[in-house]
Write a protein that binds this ligand. Structure first.
Ligand code: AMP
Length: 394
């Protein structure tokens, strides 16, 4: 059977089609500039990549084109072979701790949570509605980025602000990247051959978060009410003294929206270096002697090490550290700097093994007290697997 994993943005629609249960990828791609003109899509199938310019007034048309491509390329004979469509949802609040079928009540709750993810949840609802129209017989499911973190206890998810903020405005930590943390922690357990494990999973991409995972369940994670908490990221500041915000707003007369934009889009590696949010550019800057790139990288690594250290203590030990996402999978330098700083825990990087990009493997020596691994993430597959199991139960 065919399962689609989709991620709808306000003007985009990413998709991957899997044959299940074999997990073979049959088709993948993205529709871009939906509803804003000059739209096009890129598609990968049968080992070929192609780009087509096409009118995309809305997400429904994008799904119709996707179906046509599947039929024209003989991946399916009819629409009925698509048994499930899994939709990525950024914010599931405290309502959802697992993947659900996208019923009207579920969609209503996702909508209710839009104030916590104003750019993402409304766009995902547009995607669900369009998919339902085009594929009425397929089971539509919703896979939440926050669901994996719902096992956190109050002590981990509460903020030390007036309790009424939690009651009245649901202010608490929800985390993000949950589908990725779940995928790599499951994969790590498979590699270790046991499930009673203590793992620290580092999803370090443009956005970045670290989770402490015990026996397959999230104990704590670094992102918060929104993704702008915890680590220093490409252009997000992560943790800092909250008073910095009110202090600078008073000094400059900046509006909350302007401040939010700066903290999310002009901070992090970009803010400190003044060069770029991309870790490749930071590396290049360091190699050519740029002091602010060096400062940005040192702060970036320090913050990651701080989180790994505190999760080591929280978990009372650690069976493996996992690196994933753009930087985690590809930055040889960043991984080495992190693991070197963790030397006090008896961790020893294997420089030769670490000298790779995007490959699943152990990158520490055999006598390292804690092994570290690169595990390329696969959020789409996780979405497809969850959807497939709901289709089987349906
Ligand atoms: P993601 O958000 O997971 O797609 O990660 C994107 C980020 O990964 C980019 O902004 C880069 O900072 C980083 N990245 C990708 N490739 C490399 C590489 N070869 N070396 C260092 N960083 C990389």
């Amino acid at each position: 059977m065919i399962i689609l994993a989709v991620n709808a943005g306000s003007s985009s629609l990413k998709f991957t089609g899997f044959e299940m249960p074999s997990e073979d990828v049959l088709i993948s791609g993205v529709f871009e500039r939906i509803g804003i003109g000059n739209s096009f899509y890129t598609i990968k199938l049968n080992g070929e990549k192609k780009k087509k310019e096409v009118d995309l007034p809305n997400h429904k048309v994008a799904f119709e084109i996707l179906i046509k491509e599947l039929i024209d390329n003989k991946i399916v004979e009819s629409l009925d072979e698509i048994k499930g469509v899994g939709h990525r949802i950024v914010q599931g609040g405290a309502y959802f701790d697992k993947t659900e079928i996208a019923t009207a009540e579920v969609i209503e709750k996702i909508d209710e949570l839009s104030s916590l993810a104003p750019l993402h949840n409304p766009a995902a609802i547009v995607g669900i509605k369009a998919a339902k129209e085009v594929m009425p017989k397929a089971l539509q499911t919703v896979v939440f980025d926050t669901a994996f973190h719902q096992t956190m206890k109050e002590t981990e998810y509460m903020y030390a602000v007036p309790y009424s903020w939690y009651k009245d405005y649901q202010v608490r930590k929800y985390g993000a990247h949950g589908t990725s943390h779940k995928y790599v922690s499951q994969r790590m357990n498979e590699i270790l051959g046991r499930y009673d494990t203590k793992l620290i999973t580092c999803h370090i991409g443009n956005g970045a978060s670290i989770s402490a995972v015990k026996n397959g369940k999230c104990v704590d994670t670094s992102m918060g009410l929104t993704p702008n908490a915890g680590l220093i990221m490409g252009s997000r500041c992560g943790d800092m003294d909250a008073t910095v915000v009110t202090y600078v707003m008073e000094k400059t007369g900046m509006s909350p929206k302007e401040m939010d934009t700066i903290l999310n889009k002009q901070s992090g590696l970009l803010g400190i270096s003044g060069v770029s949010s991309d870790s490749r550019d930071i590396e290049e800057g360091i190699n050519s002697g740029n002091e602010r790139c060096k400062l940005a990288q040192d702060m970036y690594v320090k913050r990651i090490v701080e989180y790994i250290s505190k999760y080591y203590v929280l978990l009372e030990g650690c069976d493996a550290i996992v690196f994933t996402a753009g930087v985690g999978e590809n930055s040889i330098m960043t991984r080495k700097q992190i693991l070197d700083k963790l030397g006090v825990l008896g961790i020893k990087v294997d420089e030769e093994a670490n000298n790779v990009r995007g490959i699943e493997r152990k990158i520490t020596t055999d006598d390292s007290k804690i092994p570290a691994y690169i595990i390329p993430t696969n959020e789409e597959l996780m979405i497809a697997k969850d959807t497939y199991s709901l289709v089987l139960q349906d």
